[in-house]
Write a protein that binds this ligand. Structure first.
Ligand code: PGA
Length: 253
């Protein structure tokens, strides 16, 4: 059994003082938790400040995005090296909001994954279908194609540092989560596909987590699925009590 990963994506929320409050409260609420890896992705502006507050806690920090170059004339962008120096261990890559609003293609996602790994960050790569793709029965084709392109050219030996997040777009921020069975079906297919791509040895430590309206009242069912290794949580990660309850999911199996 892989150590579950529960990650909170704060998106474009929280000024520094709000992030501090959230992390301080969360630290208290999850004190002593060590069976779960707990990650939060604050806005860039808060990361360095928060790194001091999480130093002796189970909480690890994550960027919400990165640029694939190390440095240079890319106004407004942030490199893997900068994120590491601010205190990050993880970075989210290819979130559907980046793909949709900032036109990130699969090729860009792939460059970012490569840059993250080279720079010493563990990428959490988001994939997922739209509602119309699901209704047309194209979910697995879409997700497989995104995984294939995001991981193109990677050596099997680095795959252990990757997390894939299955985030059906119709479930993000809508309150409509995929059922635990729907998530399991996609996770299972994705795991088999990754086995084909890299072989079981390289893939055995890769986590596949679910995201999209994860809440305190659906996390237990999701985590009871054999191929759900954690969760990427948006809205519910902004309330320390809700996120702590998700981190402390009840094992139903
Ligand atoms: P949500 O967001 O939990 O608010 O649906 C999930 C995500 O976008 O990662």
């Amino acid at each position: 059994m892989l150590k579950p990963l529960i990650a909170g994506n704060w998106k474009m929320n929280t000024a520094i003082h709000q992030g501090v409050e959230l992390v301080m409260r969360l630290r208290e609420l999850i004190k002593g938790v060590d069976a779960v890896e707990v990650v939060v992705a604050p806005p860039f502006t808060s990361i360095h400040h928060l790194s001091h507050l999480v130093a002796d806690s189970p909480i690890k920090l994550c960027g919400q995005n990165l640029h694939w170059e190390k440095n240079g004339a890319y106004t407004g962008e942030t490199s893997a090296e900068m994120l590491v120096s601010a205190g990050c261990r993880y970075v989210i890559v290819g979130h559907s909001e980046r793909r949709q609003y900032f036109k990130e293609s699969d090729e860009v996602v792939n460059k970012k994954v490569v840059a993250a790994l080279k720079g010493g960050l563990r990428p959490i790569i988001c994939v997922g279908e739209t509602l119309s793709e699901r209704e047309q029965g194209k979910t697995l084709t879409k997700v497989r194609s995104q995984v294939k392109k995001a991981l193109a050219g990677l050596a099997g030996s680095v795959v252990k540092d990757i997390t894939v997040a299955y985030e059906p777009i119709w479930a993000i921020g809508t309150g409509k989560n995929a059922t635990a069975q729907e998530a399991e079906e996609v996770h299972n297919a994705m795991r088999n596909y990754l086995f084909e791509m890299f072989g079981p040895d390289d893939v055995k430590d890769l986590r596949i987590i679910y995201g999209g309206s994860v809440k305190a009242d659906n996390i237990d069912d999701l985590m009871a699925q054999p191929n759900v290794d954690g969760a990427l949580v948006g809205g519910a990660s902004l309330k320390a009590e809700d996120f702590a309850r998700i981190v402390k999911f009840q094992r139903l199996t």
